[in-house]
Structures are given as C-alpha cells and as structure tokens.
Design a protein around this ligand. Structure first.
Ligand code: PRP
Length: 195
C-alpha cells in the first residue's frame, strides 16, 4: 500500500452503475418525489408539517443524502437501525437497534433504502411504521433485486431494477464494513470475498 492512497477501486471487479448514472437517476427520482408530495400537500401544509424521510441505517445513508439534497420540498430526517436475524422459527425477524426519534403520527413518511433484496427488512419495517398511524407510508429504494424477493413489498420511488443476483458494494453498500464511500456501485473481485 502506498502512502496516501488506499485505492478501494482496485478491489472492484465490475462497475455496475457509474457515479454519473447514479447521480442522474437520483436527481430524476428526487423530482418524482417532489411532484408526488406537491400533489398530496399544499405549500402551507408542507411548510407546517413537512414529510419525513426515514433512512434505514447504514446502507441507505449515501442515497438518502443525495436524494434529499436534489429535492426542493422541505423534508425532515429521521433514522432507524435494525438488524435482521433469521432462525428456523422466525425467519427474517427484525431487531430494532435504534428507533425513530420522533412520532410519525399523521405525517407523510418516505422510507429510504439502498437495496430491497428478500424484502424481509422492509416488510417488517412497514408493518411497524404502519402501526404508528402515519398519514402515508411510501418507499424509495435505489435498487430492487426482485429475483430474491420473499416478501411482497411495494417500492414507490425506485432507482434501478437489478436483474442479476449480484453482491454489490459502493454508494453506501459494504463488504465487512468497507467500500461504502465509493461513489459508484460494483462487484468485488472474487478472491476478496473468499474465506
Ligand atoms: C441491507 C439493506 C437493507 C437490507 C435488504 O442492509 O440496506 O436494509 O439489507 O435486505 P432484505 O430485503 O433481504 O431484507 P444490511 O443488513 O446489509 O445492513 P447495512 O445497511 O447496515 O449495510
């Protein structure tokens, strides 16, 4: 390793979405969300009780930051951290590590995810959030890996359909905690994930 450069990029096998592709898609998605919210709420309502973007830590943090910064509508932030632990009796059960800080009662909530894979995480989250009587519960996910879906969940504002079953890193997504800060999305070289 040289002195000042870690060069995470050399560990990437194949780029799946470039930084430019991601930014251009996220910008369009932000416009879709803006338009949706402006149809649902008056300017006064938006100002008095802004919608709330709920980031599901940690993978969605980068997408959340870009999506909301491309939006015009004022939006509040909240954060939720969960871990999924599947066992034979209750597959995909979700344990809450950090709950929302504020009430979502009667608010328009946009759950922000980096990727929906089996759909277990989102399914449990939507059930839990739904019980807190939000005015509306919407989902924005950058990636939809629908080939692995086990739970039927609706994604209202979607970035990309990922047809292949690939393990991805970058733009918030990690392998062993690393690569989240790459500005693009790709697959890792095989030898790096072999144990
Ligand atoms: C990822 C992703 C979703 C979940 C999707 O989180 O951010 O929350 O998995 O998978 P599912 O549809 O099969 O439930 P991960 O558990 O990797 O945690 P992280 O966001 O902290 O990286």
């Amino acid at each position: 390793m040289n002195n000042h450069k870690y060069d995470l990029e050399t560990d990437i096998e194949r780029t799946i979405y470039t930084e430019e592709e991601i930014q251009s898609r996220v910008k369009k998605l932000a416009k879709e969300v803006d338009e949706y919210l402006e149809n649902e709420m008056s300017r006064r309502e938006i100002w008095k009780r802004p919608p709330i973007a709920v980031c599901i830590l940690r993978g969605a943090s980068v997408f959340m930051a870009d999506l909301t910064r491309y939006m015009d509508v004022p939006i509040e932030y909240d954060f939720m951290s969960v871990s999924t632990y599947g066992d034979a009796t209750e597959p995909g059960e979700v344990r809450v590590l950090k709950d929302l800080d504020r009430s979502i009662n009667d608010r328009i909530v946009i759950v922000v995810e980096d990727i929906v894979d089996t759909g277990e995480t989102l399914h449990h989250l939507l059930k839990a959030f739904g019980a807190r009587t939000p005015r509306q519960l919407k989902v924005s996910a950058l990636l939809d890996k629908s080939s692995r879906r086990k739970k039927n969940v609706e994604i209202d504002f979607k970035g990309f359909d990922l047809e292949e079953d690939l393990f991805l890193v970058g733009y918030g997504m990690d392998y062993a905690g690393k690569y989240r800060n790459l500005p693009f999305i790709g697959t890792l070289k095989e030898e790096l994930t072999e144990q």
